[in-house]
Design a protein around this ligand. Structure first.
Ligand code: SF4
Length: 322
């Protein structure tokens, strides 16, 4: 087996910014973390692990499945370790996550559990001396084939209302939407990984299940309203299969060849979009250089009595890339 392993996470990070990929995957740089980051991580970890426990449990009723998931939730959700500012916020988050677990496992999660093939597993395949891998939270048997799923808190950044030349536009530098393309990269690797295990005949599909979309308290009661979202990306992937697969192969080769200079890629789009949300700003030479250039431009503008309103405005990051 080849030693050249490239994961969907690595390719997605490289799409956002090759230097960010390097900090995240090649160098031991620990970015500064806010309490919001810690809370988001805990919510996702608790949600995923509790649901996986509920799915795996050998039980007959959905109530028993929910109960097993809640036992796991209680082990993981330790309020004293969570940096909440107020008790109300801690209570609300606990209630939201438990309600999401219950809602999913009581409804189509119970059916998913009865068709479960694997949980928290790696799918992969090998091409041209490179092994491609992605983790998925569950693999389910369905009529005529298999479905791999990932649980996410919401569907921000997942492909939606897509047109069939967006990947081409991205590859040729006309557009920049790395988050959405990253979800197609994961879809490609998951589906080809399923085919590697189960053959070409069955339908192999990949979907995101969003468990906390649009959550909000119901006014005047203890209830919390939210929707479980489901987005199957198989058709979006098949519409641009060749382009996505070529992009996966190109980026994997770039990663293995050590291509981490962001200036060699869509650098102006990276600075306009990815930099604002990047945790590695303080360690990044390109970011510090661009900040210095911006300061120099600002100072030379003041020296020439240019009003601040006339200075070049920095473009706000696109919401879709958050
Ligand atoms: S600060 Fe910008 S250029 Fe530097 S690693 Fe992050 S996204 Fe890339």
């Amino acid at each position: 087996m080849t030693e050249n392993v490239v994961t969907a996470d690595k390719i997605t990070a490289h799409l956002q910014c090759p230097r960010q990929y390097e900090f995240e995957h090649e160098r031991p740089v620990s970015p500064p973390r806010t309490s919001d980051d810690s809370i988001a991580d805990l919510r996702l970890k608790t949600l995923r692990q509790s649901i996986i426990t509920g799915l795996r449990k050998e039980v007959k009723s959905s109530d028993d499945r929910v109960s097993a998931a809640f036992d796991r939730f209680d082990q993981l959700w330790q309020p004293s370790q969570i940096p909440y500012l107020t008790d109300e916020q801690a209570w609300y988050d606990e209630a939201v996550v438990k309600r999401a677990i219950e809602q999913y496992l009581s409804n189509f999660g119970h059916e998913h559990a009865e068709n479960l093939i694997a949980t928290d597993t790696m799918l992969g395949y090998e091409r041209d001396d490179i092994r491609y891998e992605t983790t998925v939270d569950a693999v389910l048997k369905q009529e005529n084939g298999y479905l791999a799923v990932r649980y996410v808190p919401n569907l921000n950044g997942v492909v939606k209302s897509w047109s069939d030349d967006n990947v081409q536009d991205f590859r040729e530098g006309r557009e920049f939407y790395p988050s959405q393309i990253g979800t197609l990269v994961r879809t490609s690797i998951a589906i080809r990984g399923l085919m590697n295990e189960h053959g070409l005949d069955p339908n192999c599909e990949f979907a995101y299940i969003s468990l906390l979309d649009d959550s909000e308290p119901v006014y005047g009661s203890d209830e919390i309203y939210f929707e479980v979202g489901y987005r199957n990306l198989t058709v979006d992937y098949l519409d641009e299969r060749k382009e996505v697969n070529d992009l996966v192969a190109d980026r994997a080769r770039a990663i293995l060849d050590g291509e981490t200079d962001p200036k060699a890629w869509q650098f102006s789009e990276i600075t306009d979009n990815s930099c604002s949300y990047c945790a590695y700003q303080n360690a990044c030479p390109e970011y510090l250089e661009s900040e210095l250039a911006f300061t120099d431009r600002s100072q030379s503008g003041s020296e020439s009595n240019e009003s601040p309103d006339q200075l070049p405005a920095r473009q706000l990051p696109a919401e879709e890339n958050r």
